[in-house]
Design a protein around this ligand. Structure first.
Ligand code: SPV
Ligand code: MN
Length: 622
C-alpha cells in the first residue's frame, strides 16, 4: 500500500515533500494521509519534520497567506479569527456515537455525522496547501506518550501546534507502526481578512471509535488546533478504556518547607483562576491546561500533555502578572490573537496602560464606540483574546517536571469553580470518593467568554470537563472512583473558590490570596498543619492562615476576614447539593456511590443547621 500511495503522491505533489515520509513505516499513517488527500484535494502538501527550516517555513507561510501578521517586534505575530469565531462552538461540536445519545453531551449518530462532515470536506483544500505534522501528547518515550498526526490547511494552526506541542516526526521515523490519534482541520474558504467565512458550515465532530476528529470552517484554536481540546475528547475515551485519567487540569509544583516540592493538578472552568494559579511566580509551573494521570507502584503520577501555553490575555498587567508580562514583551516568539493592534503594537483590555482609541481588532478597523451588527459596543480586544507561547519561555517553569518521562508524583488535586455564595476559599475533602464527588463532580461556575453564548449564568461543570466529555458521565465518574483502587497513597483532593462575595456583592478575597491557599494545601498533604472538620470537609485553622498570610503575603489576616470567608453557608450549600443531586439522579449510569455521598453531605449540613443555624462561623467547629 505504502508504495502505491507514495507514487500517487509523487505524481501530484512536490517530490521533496513526499520523500520526507518515505522513511516512515506505518500503514495506518499512509491510509489516513491518502484518505484525506483524496477527500480534501489540496493543491500542495508540506510535511513538517523537526528541522528549523521546516519550522521557519510554516511560520513564513502563515505570514504569506495572511493568517498572521508581524508586529514591530519581529518575533511577535498576530492572528484574527472571524468576529463570530472567537470561542469554542458548543452547538456545532458533536460526539459521534453508535449506541444512542449520551446524557449532557451533544451527540450524533456516528455514520450520519461522518457522512455529513466528510460531505462538507469534499475538495475543501483545493488551491490550498496542506500541512502534515507529527506530534506526541505527553512526554516522549514514556508510558504517557500518545502519538498523533495533524493535517490542516491552516499555517496558523500548524504554527500554533509547533509552539504548543512536542514535535514527533523523528519518533514516527524511529518507531514503526505507531498507533496514533488523527486530527483533520480545514479553515475552509477565507474572507478578505483571511478569517473563516463559511461559519454556518462550521463543524467539529469526533469519531471516537475511529479516534479521529474533523474540524472545519473555523480558526479559533479551541476549535481548530487538534491537539488541544479535540485531542482531549479522544483521550478521555482512551483513558476510560484503559483505566487512567485524562483531565482538563494544570500541573504545578508548590514549594514547601526545606526545599520540599509538592505537585498539584487543578481543574477550573475557563476564566476561574486556573492560569493565574499555576503561574504564581514563586511556585513551579509545569502546565496550564491538560494533564494525564496514571498509577505506578500505587502512586499517582502526572504529566503535562502540552509544551506551551494558549493563554487568556485579558487583564494581564505588569503589576499582577509580572512573569507573563515579561514573556509577552521580550524577544520570545509569541502569537497574539484577537487583540487590538495599533502602530505595530499589541493592546488588550485590562493591560494596565492606556489603550489607543483606534486600531485594528477582531472586528476589522476599530474605533472607540464602534458597534457590531447586534448593536453591541465592541471592546478593544475580545474577552477571549489569547497569547500562544512555548512553556520554556517562562522563568518559573519546572523544566525537570515538564520533561520527565515518568511524570511527577501527584500530591493533590484541586477543583475550583466560580461561586459567589457557596464554597469557602479552600476546603479539603474527607477522602478520595468525597473529593471526586462533592468537589470535582459538583463544580459549578458562572459562564464566561470562552464559549459562545450568554455570560454569567451558573452552570454545572463537573471536573471542568463537561464541554469536552466524550463518554457517558456515569462511566466517567466510575472510572475516577475505581482509580482509587489502584492507589496505595491517594492524592488529597481540595475544592477552592476565588470568587466568594459578601452580601453587597463585594469579593471577599484579594486575587493574590490563592498563593496562601496553595501553601496551606501543601502543608496539609504532609500533615504539617491541623484542620477543622466541617460538614463539607476540612478547612484551615485561623492561626495557620494568619501565619501563612504573614509569610507569603506580608499581610495581617484578621479573624473577622477569616470568619466571613470560611463561614459555612448552609442554605446555599444545601441548595447546591439539591441541584447536583437532581442532575445525577436523572442519569441511570451514575454510580450509586455518587448519590449516596451527596445525600450524606446534605444530611451533615441539615444536622449542623439544627445545632448552629444557617450561617455558621468556622470557630464553632474548633
Ligand atoms: C479553555 O477555555 O478551557 C481553554 C481555551 O483552554 S480553549 O482552547 O478554547 O479550550
Ligand atoms: Mn482549557
Amino acid at each position: 500500500m505504502k508504495e502505491e500511495i507514495l507514487s500517487f503522491l509523487k505524481e501530484k505533489y512536490d517530490m521533496d515533500e513526499v520523500s520526507k515520509i518515505e522513511n516512515i513505516e506505518n500503514d495506518e499513517f499512509f491510509d489516513f494521509l491518502y484518505d484525506i488527500v483524496k477527500l480534501a484535494e489540496p493543491s500542495r502538501i508540506f510535511i513538517v519534520t523537526e528541522t528549523s527550516n521546516d519550522y521557519e517555513y510554516v511560520r513564513r507561510k502563515a505570514l504569506e497567506y495572511g493568517e498572521e501578521r508581524v508586529l514591530k517586534n519581529a518575533n511577535h505575530t498576530y492572528h484574527f479569527d472571524n468576529y463570530y469565531d472567537q470561542a469554542r462552538d458548543k452547538e456545532n461540536t458533536k460526539i459521534l456515537v453508535e449506541n444512542g445519545p449520551l446524557s449532557l453531551i451533544n451527540t450524533m449518530e456516528r455514520s450520519k455525522g461522518i457522512e455529513e462532515v466528510r460531505g462538507l470536506m469534499k475538495g475543501i483544500m483545493k488551491d490550498r496547501e496542506m500541512f502534515v505534522g507529527f506530534f506526541v501528547l505527553g512526554t516522549k518515550n514514556s508510558e504517557f506518550t500518545i502519538p498523533t498526526v495533524q493535517i490542516t490547511d491552516s499555517a496558523y494552526v500548524m504554527h500554533s501546534e509547533l509552539i504548543l506541542y512536542r514535535n514527533a516526526y523523528e519518533y514516527f521515523v524511529k518507531n514503526q507502526n505507531l498507533h496514533f490519534l488523527r486530527f483533520v482541520h480545514s479553515q475552509g474558504e477565507l474572507d478578505e481578512r483571511k478569517t473563516s467565512k463559511n461559519l454556518e458550515k462550521r463543524r467539529i465532530y469526533f469519531d471516537i471509535e475511529g479516534e479521529t476528529s474533523y474540524s472545519i470552517n473555523n480558526q479559533y484554536a479551541g476549535n481548530s488546533v487538534g491537539l488541544k481540546k479535540n485531542a482531549l475528547r479522544l483521550t478521555i475515551a482512551k483513558a476510560l478504556k484503559e483505566g487512567w485519567l485524562s483531565e482538563h487540569m494544570f500541573l504545578m509544583g508548590v514549594n514547601g518547607p526545606d526545599g520540599r516540592v509538592t505537585y498539584f493538578t487543578g481543574a477550573f472552568p475557563s476564566m476561574c483562576g486556573k492560569t493565574s494559579t499555576c503561574m504564581i511566580p514563586h511556585e513551579r509551573l509545569v502546565g496550564d491546561d491538560l494533564s494525564f494521570i496514571k498509577v505506578k507502584d500505587g502512586k499517582a503520577y502526572a504529566v503535562n500533555v502540552e509544551n506551551g501555553v494558549f493563554g487568556i490575555i485579558e487583564d494581564i498587567n505588569e503589576k499582577d502578572d509580572p512573569l507573563i508580562w515579561k514573556v509577552l514583551f521580550s524577544d520570545n516568539e509569541v502569537i497574539f490573537s484577537n487583540i487590538l493592534v495599533y502602530n505595530g503594537k499589541p493592546y488588550w483590555n485590562g493591560m494596565g496602560i492606556p489603550i489607543p482609541d483606534k486600531g485594528e481588532n477582531h472586528s476589522g478597523l476599530w474605533w472607540k464606540g464602534k458597534k457590531d451588527k447586534e448593536g453591541k459596543e465592541i471592546p478593544p480586544s475580545h474577552k477571549n483574546a489569547r497569547f500562544t507561547v512555548k512553556l520554556e519561555r517562562f522563568p518559573n517553569l519546572d523544566r525537570w517536571a515538564l520533561d520527565n518521562p515518568e511524570g511527577v508524583e501527584l500530591g493533590g488535586i484541586i477543583y475550583g469553580g466560580r461561586d459567589s455564595d457557596t464554597w469557602p476559599p479552600v476546603c479539603e475533602a474527607f477522602n478520595w470518593d468525597h473529593g471526586v464527588i462533592n468537589k470535582g463532580a459538583s463544580i459549578e461556575s458562572e459562564t464566561t467568554a470562552a464559549t459562545i453564548g450568554k455570560e454569567g449564568v451558573r452552570t454545572f461543570n463537573p471536573m471542568s470537563i463537561i464541554e469536552f466529555l466524550s463518554v457517558d458521565i456515569g462511566k466517567y465518574l466510575d472510572n475516577y472512583l475505581k482509580f482509587k483502587e489502584k492507589l496505595k497513597k491517594e492524592p488529597k483532593i481540595f475544592g477552592v473558590n476565588y470568587f466568594l462575595k459578601d452580601k453587597n456583592g463585594k469579593y471577599l478575597n484579594e486575587k493574590t490570596d490563592k498563593a496562601v491557599w496553595l501553601k496551606w494545601m501543601e502543608l496539609r498533604i504532609h500533615g504539617d498543619v491541623d484542620a477543622i472538620k466541617t460538614p463539607i470537609g476540612y478547612i484551615p485553622k485561623y492561626e495557620d492562615l494568619k501565619d501563612l498570610f504573614k509569610k507569603v503575603q506580608k499581610k495581617d489576616y484578621s479573624l473577622n476576614d477569616y470568619e466571613e470567608q470560611f463561614k459555612i453557608r448552609v442554605p446555599e450549600l444545601i441548595s447546591k447539593c439539591d441541584r447536583i443531586l437532581e442532575i445525577y439522579r436523572k442519569i441511570p449510569t451514575v454510580p450509586e456511590k455518587v448519590i449516596r455521598e451527596l445525600e450524606e453531605e446534605k444530611k451533615r449540613l441539615i444536622d449542623a443547621r439544627e445545632k448552629f443555624g444557617d450561617y455558621i462561623s468556622p470557630l464553632k467547629f474548633y
